[in-house]
Design a protein around this ligand. Sequence first.
Ligand code: UDX
Ligand code: UDX
Length: 463
Amino acid sequence: MTNILCIGAGYVGGSTMPVFASHCPEDRFVIVDINPARIAAWQSDQLPIYEPGLEEIVQQTRGKNLFFSTEVNRHIAEADIIFVSVNTPTKTFGHGAGRAADLQFWEKTARQIVENSTSSKIVVEKSTLPVRTAEAMERILNSNGKGLFFDVLSNPEFLAEGTAIRDMQNPDRVLVGGRETPSGRKAVEKLVELYARWVPRERIITTNLWSSELSKLVANAFLAQRISSINSISAVCEKTEADVSEVANAIGRDARIGSRFLQASVGFGGSCFKKDILNLVYLCEHYGLPEVARYWEQVVLMNEYQEARFASNMVASMFNTVAGKRIALFGAAFKAHTSDTRESPALAVCRALLEERAEIVITDPYALDNACEDLKDLGGRITYEIDPYAAAKNAHAIAILTEWPQYAQLDYERIYQSMTKPAFLFDGRNLLNHKKLYELGFNVYAIGKPALTRLVNQGIVAA
Ligand code: UDX
Ligand code: UDX
């Protein structure tokens, strides 16, 4: 039996360890966290994060070979392998503020491991970290004065929210980076064996430590870059009457390009893309590579441009003023099937419209609490409404900001009837049937498509 510990019961630790536990019934998994409320939630029927399939796996394994605890020190002492998945947010202070990763929790955890260990261990970086963090980790861990030796591995996480369990059960690949020493190779093999219980060996890639650390940042940078690339083309489409969906389909059918992650949108959000790209930018600057830094920074700048462009298009289309106009934002989450609003483009659009003194009402099936928390600095200037029909009532415009499938099923005739005319619909996710909406009477603006506008108010169709 191997004793496996995970420090950090957040999204990453909380969705990976239960899957491990279900595939390795003879091993023992403990997840610890400094936050007692979080651990209590993991021990209850109301788990702290929502992921399809997670609850079932936790129910199967909890109390058998999966345990949650706040006793960090005791479990460090017992562990053979320690995964570290504490958070590494962007620094908000000092050198590298706004770009570099804040490693204070990380270093504190390394020191805690040293203090409480009485045997040699394998320590696995699960959090996303700057390249060469493992070196610092090794130095802290191996200056222990107790004769203990720690192997440090990098095993980055590629889970996407909403499909985390599926991604972990059936990954495209698993990446394990380690030192090319006999001890390092042995440690890599140990972790590979754990994954090999359910992942085919050919999908488990082993590399040196630095390649592994860097690959995590690069994977997210490339994914985000595809979105910024297609979004930049959406601006060209809107000027030329090309249709971005047709362009994406035409280029995506080339197997060398591939069709995924070419959905033009109001922008990408989520806790990882921006943070990891800025981390890469900082790394490039640190190593004296300003041209490389600027290249990747542009992916983030293009995303900010897309969000700002969407909001200013709204204002321009609505006769250059939205002051005092009720505007319903459909969706606050950064993507569908999550309540997560971190870096959500919906919030950026909301702030831009408030600057123009619009009257904003936000609706979302799951993310209203988080949106309210994120926008609390704006006080009472926003209304939150769970029912999209109520949100749209008397509104001048609707903006689709999250691709919730339920928004495609609404009765838009009823919505149109309840709105102020002329009624505008801005589809930031290209989710709806634009022609049908136009026929109902809406002025329709989508991303990267010719606008369907009416020359005359209220239902008189301009051919
Ligand atoms: C986090 C990072 O955001 C991501 O970059 C990294 O790849 C993995 O860790 P996530 O699991 O989503 O991802 O973060 P979060 O939900 O904030 O969870 C981190 C947990 O670590 C929190 O529950 C926090 O209480 C805990 N923690 C933090 C500790 O247990 N000890 C610490 O010293 C600091
Ligand atoms: C991402 C990576 O996919 C995952 O591998 C990594 O471990 C963490 O970061 P996540 O942030 O959960 O996962 O979401 P993802 O599905 O990648 O979407 C990110 C953002 O891009 C969302 O706002 C989404 O709406 C947007 N997006 C995605 C587009 O605008 N167009 C697309 O074609 C795809």
